[in-house]
Design a protein around this ligand. Structure first.
Ligand SMILES: Nc1ncnc2c1ncn2[C@@H]1O[C@H](COP(=O)(O)OP(=O)(O)O)[C@@H](O)[C@H]1O
Ligand SMILES: [Mg+2]
Length: 530
């Protein structure tokens, strides 16, 4: 269960965990939480940093940095006081085999004492040898209350300054605080200062756009804006219904009614059929911010940073919650988890494990909407019960749905669908995905535009005829996907595409044939008896 960092730290200290690693950029916030926990448990807090040495000790230990790090650990072992030893930015010394060894000894020695070592650092660099000895604690980003306190402090301190419009009514104040969710206290402070400079007041729009830039710089998450709504998605009727039904799912009203907040869905299926499109629209439907999570980027950076990247993404999403977290093409990011041949398969699997555990245990209202084209690359754990509320299988559109998609894309480009024989187009576009339908519309428009006239049904029809849809080349793969999904996923739509219909009919025919065969045989047997 994920709880507040303070409670979590207290539990660990009481349970006599020797080594805790707190990952955070916010040293001051972490320190004040450590102080609070120490006070409750009647322990001292003793700080160490490489520049200042051990707090309360007259002279910092002599020697190079490694020697000083080792001296700090010796001090911890020898000390008799019940205390929390906070080692600030200790991570560089974890590269030294001697320090790592000594930490393992600290872990052992401290087991039966009232001492705990708390490593505080903005980066997580955990040597393999220490994985079992150190407990990593993610420090959640400041919540509404803490940010409100910061806003209040700023308002008080600038009230005297001339020319600053500092009075905010309750609603404005809440907006400013909400806009800052997802930032650290220091970042929020800087953003507020910038707003005061730019607008002479605290402005929610400025705060929000500054925040979006800060988050984009992490390279993993991005605020995503789209005009697309559910009405722009053709087909996928059951998914749309599921989403619409949960329009108020994140409200107080729903909680009071006794409903849990939706956790997430996975849209899985044929490429180009509207999975990504549909995923994007959910946030707008529910009036929540949309964050796009680029799983590929998690592993793109320096090896060893991927774990920290994953944790940071989770922390950010939770900080901004309630929100929708869109994970597009999930399989791309985690493709390495299954092949043991991949050199970093271990890392990928571990980082993926962090994600799965979070999916299952998260308590903050982060709704995850993930898409995937290829199930073969998805680890089986992901598809187990409890990870997602639903797994929807998105198939090729049925004839009726293709009509709907033609209408959507004609309308989107300023054309009245009534002027086209949409029924004919839909029939001709058998086996086409939504993306291919869109391309046929665009292609037809280009042809007509080139000839200086208005686009007609014929133009689009010609483009359909010139297209060889992917479903034909990939028919075996799609068949497998369908077979897989039949028992493991819900259908995204109540309608079926002709191909499936034919197969089903084929299936029935086959069954009839077998039956007839059996009857035939029976007759023969009967005949012999006579
Ligand atoms: N069901 C659909 N309804 C409307 N447009 C669609 C549909 N499916 C695909 N499209 C069009 O094709 C584009 C690409 O589809 P996308 O959602 O990326 O497919 P997927 O994620 O399933 O591979 C969409 O942005 C949209 O313009
Ligand atoms: Mg997609």
């Amino acid at each position: 269960m994920r709880q507040g960092a303070k409670e979590a730290l207290e539990v660990l200290v009481r349970a006599r965990y020797s080594l805790v690693y707190v990952v955070s950029w916010e040293e001051q916030r972490v320190l004040s939480v450590v102080e609070e926990v120490a006070e409750r448990l009647r322990k001292k807090v003793i700080r160490w940093s490489v520049t200042e040495g051990m707090e309360g000790e007259a002279d910092a230990a002599p020697g190079d940095e490694e020697a000083r790090a080792l001296a700090a650990l010796d001090y911890v072992i020898k000390s008799y006081e019940p205390a929390l030893f906070v080692l600030l930015d200790f991570h560089p010394y974890l590269k030294s085999p001697k320090v790592v060894r000594r930490l393992r000894e600290v872990a052992r020695e401290l087991k039966a004492t009232h001492k705990t070592v708390v490593l505080v650092s903005p980066v997580l660099e955990l040597p393999r040898e220490l994985e079992k000895d150190i407990t990593v604690l993610d420090f959640e980003l400041p919540g509404m209350e803490e940010l409100a306190g910061l806003v209040e402090g700023i308002l008080v301190s600038v009230r005297q300054s001339a020319g600053l419009q500092v009075e905010l009514d309750e609603q404005q104040r809440e907006e400013v605080v909400k806009a800052a969710l997802g930032l650290t206290l220091t970042e929020a402070e800087n953003v507020f200062a910038k707003s005061l400079v730019m607008a002479r007041r605290l402005d929610a729009d400025i705060v929000r756009s500054e925040k979006e830039q800060i988050i984009r710089k992490t390279g993993i998450l991005e605020f995503y804006r789209t005009d697309a709504g559910l009405e722009d998605v053709g087909g996928l009727g059951l998914v749309k219904e599921w989403v619409r039904k949960r329009r108020k799912a994140f409200s107080e009203e729903a909680r009071a009614y006794g409903l849990p907040a939706p956790r997430g869905v996975l849209l899985l299926g044929v490429q180009g059929c509207g999975k990504s499109l549909c995923a994007k629209t959910v946030a707008r439907e529910w009036r929540l911010p949309l964050l796009r999570f680029d799983v590929g980027r998690i592993f793109a950076g320096i090896v060893g940073e991927s774990e920290a990247n994953m944790r940071r993404a989770i922390q950010l999403a939770e900080g901004i919650s309630p929100c929708v977290l869109w994970v597009d093409e999930l399989e791309k990011g985690f493709a390495g988890t299954q092949s043991s041949a991949a050199s970093d398969a271990g890392t990928t699997a571990r980082v993926f494990g962090t994600f799965i555990t979070w999916l299952q245990e998260k308590e903050k209202p982060v709704f995850v909407i993930a898409t995937a084209n290829d199930i073969r690359q998805l680890p089986a754990e992901l598809l187990r019960k409890g990870r997602f509320d639903e797994i929807f299988f998105v198939d090729l559109p049925s004839r009726g749905e293709r009509e709907e998609i033609f209408r959507i894309h004609l309308r989107k480009r300023g054309r009245d669908p009534e002027r086209f024989d949409v029924e004919l187009l839909a029939r001709a576009a058998k086996g086409f995905s939504g993306a291919e339908i869109e391309q046929a519309v665009i292609g037809g428009m280009f042809d007509a535009f080139d000839e200086g006239r208005e686009v007609t049904t014929g133009d689009i029809l010609r483009n359909i005829e010139q297209t060889y849809p992917l479903s034909r080349t990939m028919s075996a793969q799609i068949g497998m996907l369908r077979e897989w999904a039949r028992t493991r996923a819900r259908r995204a739509s109540a309608e079926v595409t002709e191909e499936v219909e034919e197969a089903q009919r084929g299936g029935t025919l086959e069954a009839i044939e077998t039956m007839m065969g059996a009857m035939e045989e029976e007759r023969v047997t009967v005949g012999v008896d006579e």
